[in-house]
Design a protein around this ligand. Structure first.
Ligand code: HEM
Length: 408
């Protein structure tokens, strides 16, 4: 019954949103609409330049404003004067991502300690052994999909460990987690919505089992801290927090690995440089974060009337921050459209956001991607694209769904 009501609401909202999106994109040529449609999913970067040419703060046909100006984006993300509780983020139930202080601070504190560089370094042996196994098993005499064969299994193994999922539930957890993670790119159809609702129920059951177990026998891990943070995590906040961590862990790092390998295969000079200096892998990953960010945009809400970049913006206005466009701002990055793994200021990208919502998983994502990229480019020096690429839908998450390659 509840599911039916949710489905009906979804169909109504989804249909009217898509109609507006198509109308504004294809008829009015609104760049913010187009970045969510096929044109932008394939290549959003010319659209960001169209926005940049219009100004530092631009009104969009989809309500609200957009910026691809690096300085303004950085300022908004770092400022405490804007709210993260946009209508879309709240409706999606994105836990921390849609919360403001003091609730945001209270909840983030519960997990912050589990993501420090020191804690994350504990995952190094697991990451190294998973990467080594994946490399050993790479098909040598036939093409394969780099995403499902190599880029996805690593973050999936790490997040399963982080959540303390018992081996008996691991396969099901991975299957449902992958399905659920696909929601971040937007719900694609009624059948997709129906699958997601069923998946959410089953994931909640698996997570609840771990939570109950950690309440009975707490150990020194993240789930024990979440499960036993009485007074700091309300019961209705528990599942959304776990779900956010799950989606973030499943859906983003895989694209960082895929996008970095794609950028290297598309830029033979940079690939040779990395082959000669494998210790540049970390910089290749950092430059990929700038050049082809796995999360392309964020949004904030003005809480009072403000002047931003010379534009008056009223209170309650949504501002879309085009992270992928800000990362190519020529005022900050020289030859911004070039992929250059020796770029001195690649780290100034906004791909992990900034301020209070700065990505908590950034050290983990960097560690996993660096290890994966260094090892695959060393082990498969002749890696090449071996078929048509298929992109993730939606355009918010930028990455490949299918990436056919051959290792020899
Ligand atoms: C390449 C990989 C990743 C990228 C590009 C990425 C990107 C982002 C971005 C852009 C935000 C902030 C959005 C905003 O300000 O509105 C964010 C927040 C967050 N990320 Fe990541 N992320 C990645 C990996 C991860 C991983 C591996 C985890 C955890 C396992 C994670 C957990 C989180 C959490 C919990 C937040 C919310 C923080 C808050 O609101 O306080 N992320 N991430």
């Amino acid at each position: 019954m509840v599911i039916d009501r949710q489905l009906l609401r979804f169909v109504r909202d989804f249909s009217s949103y898509r109609i507006r999106l198509y109308g504004n994109g294809y008829l009015r040529r609104d760049p913010v609409s187009l970045i969510q449609l096929r044109t932008g999913i394939e290549d959003p970067y010319p659209l960001y330049e169209r926005i940049r040419a219009k100004g530092r703060m631009v009104r969009t046909a989809m309500n609200g404003m957009v910026t691809v100006d690096h300085r303004i984006s950085d300022q908004i993300l770092r400022s405490r004067s804007y709210s993260a509780a946009t209508k879309e983020a709240k409706e999606a139930g994105l836990s921390l991502l849609s919360m403001d202080p003091p609730d945001h601070t209270r909840l983030r504190e519960v997990i912050a300690g589990d993501f420090t560089a020191r804690r994350i370094a504990d995952y190094r042996p697991l990451i190294a052994s998973v990467v080594a196994k994946l490399i050993k098993d790479l098909p040598r005499d036939e093409p394969f999909d780099l995403i499902s064969t190599f880029a996805a299994p690593l973050p999936v193994a790490v997040i399963t460990e982080l959540f303390g999922i018992p081996d008996a539930d691991a396969d099901e957890f991975v299957r449902h987690g992958t399905e659920f993670g696909s929601a971040i790119g937007g719900i694609q159809s009624l059948a997709h919505a129906r699958r997601l609702l069923a998946t959410r129920e089953r994931l909640a059951e698996i997570l609840d089992k771990v939570i109950q177990q950690r309440r009975r026998e707490p150990v020194d891990d993240m789930m024990s801290r979440i499960a036993n943070a009485d007074g700091q995590v309300r019961s209705d906040e528990l599942m959304p927090l776990c779900t956010l961590l799950l989606i973030a862990g499943f859906q983003t790092t895989v694209n960082l690995i895929g996008n970095t390998v794609l950028a290297l295969l598309s830029n033979p000079g940079q690939r040779e440089l990395l082959a000669d200096h494998p210790d540049l892998a970390g910089q290749a990953v950092e430059e990929c974060l700038r050049y082809d960010a796995p999360v392309q945009r964020s949004a904030r809400l003005t809480t009072t009337a403000v002047e931003i970049g010379g534009t008056q913006v009223p209170a309650g206005e949504t501002i879309v921050i085009g992270i992928g466009g800000a990362n190519r701002d020529p005022a900050v990055f020289a030859d911004a459209d070039n992929f250059d793994i020796t770029r001195p200021n690649a780290k100034d990208h906004l791909s992990f956001s900034g301020g209070a919502h700065y990505c908590i998983g950034a050290p983990l994502a960097r560690l996993e991607a660096t290890e994966a990229v260094r090892e695959i480019m060393t082990a498969a020096p002749d890696l090449r694209i071996a078929g048509p690429l298929e992109r993730q839908p939606g355009g918010l998450v930028r990455g490949l769904r299918r990436f056919p390659v051959a290792a020899a």
